[in-house]
Design a protein around this ligand. Sequence first.
Ligand code: ZN
Length: 364
Amino acid sequence: MIPVVVGLGSNIDPERHLAAALRRLRNHPDLGVVATSRIYRSKPVGAPGTPDFLNAAVLVRTDLSPPELRRVLRGIEADLGRIRGPDPNAPRTIDLDLLLHGDLVEDFGGWEVPDPNLARHPHVALPAADVAPELRHPIEGTTLEELARRLDDGSVIPMGVSTNPDPFEAADFDDVRDYAAPVIEGSIRSLLAELGEDPKREGLRRTPLRVAKALEFLTSGYDATVAEVVNDAVFDAEGAEEMVLVKNIEYYSLCEHHLLPFFGKAAVAYLPKGKIIGLSKIARIVDVFARRLQVQERLTNQIADALTEILDPHGVAVVIEGRHLCMMMRGVQKQDSAMVTSAMRGTFKEDARTRSEFLDLVRD
Ligand code: ZN
């Protein structure tokens, strides 16, 4: 596969938009993100008075042609609220530019590969050099590292992988070329130091990266929507009136008070009113809400409300049992006890017989 460098830039709520764009690039089925740059702060070019930009770059491996890849990038931009207007200097939520596509040199009519800005601006060249220092610019003939050094006029500042002054210069970690979420990694590095650890020791060098990736997965529910997950798996079922119950749905979540895991099993039931949903989708809906910072009560209610909204059934019941490490590890709670929460909607709330039928089935 051909090495491809994509540049990212944002000056509207840039931390959030860069992180969201990185997640979408990482999760895209046709792209393999191999490396992510540090984040750089730069002054807007030709637009004094507008907010500073944050810039980054990723090295991806892909089989997509440049036009196909460009369509993917435009799609992510549109998702993140980018509107391409006539003013090229207008503030933007996110810019995704195809900077370099192997050694291809081509004019696609209105845009070119490599992106001319790569050999022009330090805010483009420096992040690119982070992810692919050895890669050669097919027109300039130099490596990206040499190109970045030539353009570097001190105006573009690497954020030391953190918005706070980072006691550990990113340069100390230059052999770690993969930055999943630079701001989170910088924070974890500072946290390790605060705990009295040496973030540079062998076992910890890649820990910030691992933690960032783990957190990205454990909070991936923020990027998922119930509609996406359900994806048309709601079916008409005239006359289906019997209770549908799925139990023993394993879930893992993070308590929002301590950022420690709580986990256990969920049981979800509904009484259809003409519409049913694929059973596997119920577990996926649980994950959408579990993979966020949570409290168990809210998790329970969100699942019940989501099903109510999708199916408009006669009723929905959710019971969740959870073991909270924040309590178990600190000995606040007996080690073997679980917290149980429930949410009843419609018939399950109003009719004691339906409710106890459900509770009996869950207990079995
Ligand atoms: Zn907690």
